[in-house]
Design a binder for this molecule. Structure first.
Ligand code: FAD
Length: 448
């Protein structure tokens, strides 16, 4: 009898324990039906760039399955029982999902299925919830989490199983949604993920520790989009790392840490992880709309902030240093609550991930686990000078400033020839807003 492998965030064949078990469990001349469910609850909040990446990845997977990937629209708790009956499946296999929605959905599916729903593996090297403090409680601070996670270890990657794919009627994989003009999306799918990793491993990994903070050098791996959709598993990356690659391993561990945090505190996806800063004053009404719009469109008058925001719109991706700078600017200079920024990121990022994104935002806002102290406020001019010393990153994304020498590119208002035409004046005075943010912080602290 056939089994079903339900693809979710594991759109690959290699090192896929759930798929391997589905193949092993198919009895006699049984084979495996691979299905992806286009669930409106997940498609709704995804922006066009992430949807396009998903649909392209599904097309690549369908090619790997010889055109036998089954795609169905609808609620998984309705689609999967129907499909299981249709092909008289013996069991349904999938990787575990530890996110709040995924967890609930899987319970509903298990309840509705006439056959077992079997979970194996997850999108992480170590499953969320697995690593705990000596007293059994979850880690709230990254560094000790990292040590325990590293000591716990993970298995080596498994080969792709031999599978006979069982076809069934399929909805077409949707065409790409309408994308913003000029949007430059990465190549996706399992082969593209492997190629991207090989290129980075051969050419970028050695210099990663020294260059990863420099957006002008484009020296990071850009594996986030592949990890998001599981076209490669973190085990495969970790297996290639040696003792000298500790910095890269630690970055992968941040992703695992935030998934662990979300597992223990599912409410922290939307609500403040720590309620200490709940009473801060934030912009609202027309002021909120105007500030948010200037930030979203890269029109704040602070070149490094605008470059980051424009990269997000142009590529559906932003360098990590920039994610921190623009998030700090939104929350502490423009006094806009982090939830607005997190939503904008999730609408545009091709790697948009609830755990990494919303906890990354909370870290910057000072409301998260292990958060940056609230009083550490990024100075957008100094950040620009330090991490984009020649201004090349700004010139790439803010062409109005192309002609400026490096000396003034991060503070164009100080150019002796006058502020450049067509580029906005700074939307706020960083130093005044920094003082205002600190004063508000002191007020909230005193009131506790
Ligand atoms: C405000 C904010 C929002 C973010 N939103 C997301 C998001 O939606 N999705 C996402 O994958 N990452 C997010 N990050 C983390 C990080 O910015 C990206 O993972 C990284 O920029 C992706 O580029 P890369 O693959 O070249 O990273 P590399 O530097 O090459 O790192 C390798 C991998 O390590 C992981 N990683 C690195 N830094 C972090 C981090 N701080 N937190 C979690 N994982 C990390 C990612 O999986 C990444 O692909 C966010 C960070 C901040 C500050």
């Amino acid at each position: 009898m056939p089994t079903i492998h339900w693809f979710r965030r594991d759109l690959r064949l290699a090192d896929n324990p759930a798929l391997a078990l589905a193949a092993k469990s198919a009895t006699a001349d049984g084979d495996v039906l691979g299905v992806f469910v286009l669930d409106p609850a997940l498609l709704g909040p995804s922006g066009a760039p992430r949807l396009a990446v998903l649909f392209r990845t599904l097309r690549a997977l369908d090619d790997q399955l010889g055109g036998r990937l089954v795609v169905r629209h609808g609620k998984p708790a309705v689609v999967l029982p129907k499909l299981a009956k249709e092909i008289a499946a013996e069991s349904v296999h999938c990787a575990a999902d530890f996110g709040p929605y995924g967890h609930r959905r899987d319970d509903e599916v298990a309840e509705a299925l006439p056959v077992p729903l079997v979970h194996s593996g997850s999108a992480y090297a170590v499953d969320p919830g697995e690593v705990r403090k000596g007293n059994g409680t979850p880690f709230q601070v990254y560094s000790p989490f990292y040590r325990s996670w590293h000591d716990h270890g993970w298995s080596t990657p498994h080969r792709a199983p031999r599978v006979d794919w069982h076809g069934a009627e399929s909805d077409p994989i949707p065409d790409d949604p309408r994308l913003p003009d000029g949007l430059d999306l990465p190549a996706v799918g399992e082969a593209a993920a492997k190629k991207a990793w090989k290129t980075f491993k051969d050419k970028g990994l050695r210099d990663y520790a020294g260059s990863r903070d420099r957006p002008d050098l484009d020296a990071t791996s850009r594996m986030s989009v592949h990890l998001k959709w599981g076209t490669i598993h973190p085990r495969t990356l970790l297996a290639d790392l040696g003792p000298a690659d500790e910095v890269y391993r630690k970055e992968l561990a941040w992703r695992e840490f935030y998934a662990d945090v979300l597992f223990h505190r599912p409410d922290s996806a939307r609500a403040y992880y720590s309620a200490d800063l709940k009473g801060l004053h934030y912009a609202d009404g027309a002021e909120l709309s105007a500030r948010l719009s200037a930030w979203q469109h890269g029109q704040t008058g602070y070149p490094i902030v605008d470059a980051g925001m424009r990269q997000l719109l142009a590529e559906g991706w932003m360098h990590n240093r920039l994610r921190m700078i623009v998030a700090s600017f939104l929350v502490k200079d423009l006094h806009v609550e982090w939830t607005h920024g997190a939503r904008h990121f999730l609408a545009h990022l091709v790697d948009g991930d609830l755990a990494s994104n919303n906890h990354g935002w909370q870290w910057v806002a000072g409301t998260g686990t292990d958060a940056a102290p609230y009083f550490r406020i990024f100075n957008p001019i100094l950040q620009g000078k330090k991490f984009d010393p020649d201004g090349d990153y700004v010139r790439r994304w803010v062409p109005e400033l192309n002609h400026l020498p490096s000396r003034v590119i991060h503070e164009p208002w100080s150019d002796p020839n006058g502020a450049p035409a067509g580029y906005p004046e700074p939307i706020v005075d960083h130093f005044a807003e920094r003082d205002a943010a600190l004063a508000d912080y002191q007020r909230v602290k005193r009131s506790r």
